[in-house]
Design a protein around this ligand. Sequence first.
Ligand code: ATP
Length: 275
Amino acid sequence: MQRVNSAFQYCDQLVRDFEKVIKKPILNKSSVYYTGVDLGTAYIVLAVLDENYQPVAGAYRFASVVKDGMVVDYIGAIRIVKELKQELEQKLGTELIYAAAALPPGTFSLDSGAIKHVVQGAGFEITNLLDEPTAANAALKIKDGAIVDIGGGTTGISILKEGKVIYVADEATGGTHFSLVIAGAYKLSFDQADQYKRDFKNHRELIPVLRPVIEKVSSIISRHVTKHQVKEIYLVGGTCCLEGIEDIIAKQTNLPTYKPQNPMFVTPLGIALNC
Ligand code: ATP
């Protein structure tokens, strides 16, 4: 795995702390709590930070309420966010009031209203609605390069120069396609294939099977980054949990490619940091 020694220190620590509080929330009587709501194609994630922006609780659920960044099951989305909110409130013994949410790059004008109404419909007061790359970069803290977010339904490509997002694109290839490839190759249902893919024990075996689809994602990335003289790629999103994906992307794009320890929770935590 290619990594920068210090670049991800803050991000890795934040994610490690978050993984701990998902299992065991911290009851610390903060004066205020900030919740990041990440509505994804595959997962809905809630990340709760305290007044010092430290993770205190988190929860996530597999859901099919969003497709390619658009809310397709509005009522289902509200119900799940509400249930996760209540679950976390019970654990923390406090009401969660403030939340921020994010949208995939390029979908702001299309769907910001729906995402906002889901978060409000679940009982939150929304304090910020931002784009996913800006959210992810609150945790990554990158100045120059491309943040590539390979999620469930899509791959988001965001190019940063001097800390500012200067270019975004969202392409309809993501982890769902990886699961479809596995389902076909192993004669499994989609859910079985997705589960098989998420098990780290299977990654080494799966890389050759998934190589063509990873190469396709790499060619999509190349198409966007070559126009902007990008020197480095930073991977986030659940699909980048796949061990070895970074090496194929680095080889195909011919660019140094880095990923934090757990790329899946970077965006939800970044959203909470922007609450
Ligand atoms: P999108 O960003 O497309 O709206 P999302 O926010 O739900 O979707 P993520 O939560 O970042 O996306 O990633 C979900 C994808 O990550 C799914 O396809 C899931 O199967 C995959 N995934 C999750 N964990 C792992 C893992 N350990 N190994 C491989 N893939 C994983």
